[in-house]
Ligand binder design. Structure first.
Ligand SMILES: Cc1cc2nc3c(=O)[nH]c(=O)nc-3n(C[C@H](O)[C@H](O)[C@H](O)COP(=O)(O)OP(=O)(O)OC[C@H]3O[C@@H](n4cnc5c(N)ncnc54)[C@H](O)[C@@H]3O)c2cc1C
Length: 400
């Protein structure tokens, strides 16, 4: 009989690697298993708000990340049909002062590389790609993961960071990811291929009927990231024959000329059907606990899925540090701290999607309402970007 390992993280994405780093800093040795043959991210962009940057700073990876990131000056909303500006959020000095950190955009691969390198430098983290967990079981004072190669791993704390289609979640909830028929095409291209773009200063979001289109520079401004989202009328639950390239072009035919031209430059060989999950009140069973998309998959419409996974990482580690060997108390504290916060983000993302995708008179009302707000009016953003995991209520501090 071998003793259970102190912590097993299932899934080596942004959430899993952040969690491994945070737990190791909290004094717990961690083993990470990842089903892909190597650790990596898809070649697309990521927006990170100040709420996530506070955590990345605490994990000691922010300086590395910022070397390759772009610091935009504003988030601009445009009408995808009319081609006109609706509103913007000023991300300049006032924003940074208010939230204590900037807003950055970056290549996903650059973030994952920084996290991976930081994990590799930690003697208490071991990383094992090419291992798929197929089932997990709570044993009372430990948990067991069964791997596709027949191996089993026993651990004092099993963290399910295995994303939207989480295997670990099946031990906790029988719900399924939800789809409303939206699909995304996304990817980066060398910035020189864009004959016209919104510069390094802007993240631009074009909104229109059942669609939105996002653009921003990444990797020191050398690449331009584009995401084209639309609702497929051919969507049927269980079918995979929807959201095709032909539908992408047909849907965006109604957009203004600039957006149509940009969509022609999109990667077309892969599409991402959009799913989220309904919030659930419990993310744990005994020594098994979920984080990131496995716990609270959300639409990317407010660019917070990875940010929330990063917040989770520090929140869980702080609870583990505060409660020492009392892991059930740590897990309960983690859920108490995180469930409502992330449910609010999930539900806001859904609501913002509905707001972006309006048509006709409703879209005109949206535009008029949004035009009336000042660019430095942050009142509706404070709850999101002003949140600090390291100042969250209800976390018992370890006795010093
Ligand atoms: C189009 C789009 C744009 C987005 N833009 C943003 C943005 O700008 N900002 C933002 O914050 N978020 C954004 N998101 C959301 C963000 O990508 C996710 O929320 C984030 O990647 C979740 O991280 P995670 O580590 O929890 O899950 P994942 O990234 O899904 O990682 C899970 C990992 O677990 C592994 N795995 C799965 N099952 C197993 C298993 N059984 N055994 C072992 N390993 C397993 C997977 O291979 C994967 O590596 C966007 C999402 C999309 C679709």
């Amino acid at each position: 009989m071998t003793a259970p390992i102190p912590a097993l993280v299932v899934g080596g994405g942004i959430g899993g690697l952040s969690t491994a780093l945070a737990l190791s800093r909290a004094g717990r040795a961690v083993h990470v298993v990842e089903k892909a043959p190597s650790f990596g991210e898809i070649g697309a962009g990521l927006q990170l708000g100040p709420n996530a940057l506070h955590v990345l700073a605490e994990l000691g990876v922010l300086d590395e990340i910022r070397k390759d990131a772009v610091h935009p000056r504003r988030l601009v909303w445009m009408d995808a049909i009319e081609g006109e500006r609706i509103t913007a959020v000023d991300l300049g000095d006032a924003f940074r002062e208010r939230y204590g950190r900037p807003y950055i955009v970056m290549h996903r691969g650059d973030l994952l590389s920084a996290l991976l390198e930081a994990c590799r430098r930690e003697p208490s983290i071991t990383l094992e790609p090419g291992v798929e967990v197929v089932a997990v079981e709570d044993l009372g004072d430990a948990a067991r993961a069964r791997c596709a190669d027949g191996r089993t791993i026993e651990t004092e704390l099993l963290v399910g960071a295995d994303g939207l289609w989480s295997t670990v979640r099946r031990a906790i909830s029988d719900d399924e990811p939800l789809c409303m028929g939206y699909v995304a095409y996304r990817g980066t291209i060398p910035i020189e291929r864009m004959s016209r773009h919104a510069g390094l200063d802007n993240v631009v979001m074009w909104v229109g009927p059942d669609m939105h289109f996002v653009q921003y520079p990444v990797r020191r401004g050398e690449l331009y990231n584009q995401v084209a989202v639309f609702r497929s009328p051919r969507y049927r639950p269980g079918s995979d024959d929807w959201g095709t390239v032909e539908e992408l072009d047909a849907h965006y035919a109604q957009a203004c000329e600039y957006v149509r031209d940009c969509v022609k430059l999109m990667w077309r060989d892969k599409r991402w059907p959009m799913f989220d999950r309904a919030p659930i009140a419990r993310w744990s069973r005994g020594r098994i606990v979920l984080t990131g998309d496995a716990a609270h998959a959300m639409y990317q419409y407010i660019a917070q899925g990875a940010c929330q996974a990063i917040e989770d990482a520090l929140a869980l580690a702080r609870q583990v540090e505060a409660h020492g060997s009392d892991l059930p108390a740590a897990i309960a504290g983690f859920e108490a701290e995180r469930v409502l916060r992330t449910a609010r983000v999930q539900l806001t993302a859904r609501a913002m999607g509905a707001f972006f995708h309006l048509d006709g008179v409703a879209a005109a009302v949206r535009n008029a309402t949004m035009r009336a707000r000042a660019e430095d009016d942050y009142s509706m953003l404070d709850w999101l970007y002003g949140y600090r995991v390291d100042r969250a209520e209800g976390v018992a501090r370890p006795a010093s």
